[in-house]
Design a protein around this ligand. Structure first.
Ligand code: SF4
Ligand code: SF4
Length: 204
């Protein structure tokens, strides 16, 4: 869940139409037409990406008149399916996957089960990946993959959707080669996290 207080606003007089903002927006809220950037206010999740990267300082973040609350609808979610999807992705449903917005794996799984087919759609529905935008892409990709979805990065963007190897996927020959490392012990510890009992605090 994210409460979006900010909104990106473009000063058309300064904009040169370079498309940097369009390429870095995690929810595809920017379109450049006729060499001017336009923000879709309903989509903007206030992440500051465009503002921080505009070479012309043409974007400003302003306070929204009314905060926008972004959250999944738990009434439309089958929680047993959510838990199963998280476990397939080797995530505990209640673990944080986006630290900036405190989004949990179960929220992302709910978004996927409710139709999100890409990291951009997940970000739009949950707010995840609209903070630092660094760490949370991997659990998002794992949850999409566990649902049988292989998203393609947006055309013309600068996103990269490569998934990194998890502890469970390290090949046996690598484990043998680096026998002094604690691969199997790490996996046991991570399995305990994945399968830890749930607290049932889906209040946000
Ligand atoms: S990054 Fe700045 S100059 Fe480039 S299109 Fe966006 S608003 Fe315009
Ligand atoms: S979501 Fe971020 S990058 Fe996209 S328009 Fe809003 S502030 Fe800019």
């Amino acid at each position: 869940m994210k409460v979006v207080n900010l909104l990106a606003v473009v000063d058309a007089a300064k904009c040169r139409g370079c498309k940097t903002c369009e390429r870095v927006c995690p929810v595809l809220a920017v379109r450049v037409e006729n060499k001017k950037a336009q923000i879709d206010e309903a989509r903007c999740r206030g992440c500051n990406n465009c503002e921080q990267r505009c070479p012309e300082s043409a974007v400003a973040m302003v306070r929204r008149e009314e905060p926008l609350v972004v959250r999944v609808d738990w009434d439309e979610a089958d929680y047993a399916e959510i838990v199963a999807l998280c476990r397939r992705a080797r995530l505990n449903p209640e673990q944080l996957v986006c630290y900036c917005t405190a989004t949990r794996a179960e929220e992302v799984a709910a978004a996927v089960l409710q139709g999100a087919r890409s990291p951009e759609e997940i970000s739009l529905r949950t707010g995840a990946r609209t903070g630092c935008k660094v760490e949370c892409i991997q659990p998002l990709l794992r949850l999409l993959e566990a649902a049988g979805i292989q998203p393609e990065p947006p055309e013309g963007g600068w996103q990269w959707y490569g998934r990194t190897v998890t502890a469970w996927e390290i090949p046996e020959d690598i484990k043998k080669k680096y026998a002094g490392f604690y691969f199997d012990e790490d996996i046991k510890l991570l399995d305990r996290v994945v399968n830890a009992p749930l607290q049932g605090r889906r209040d946000s």
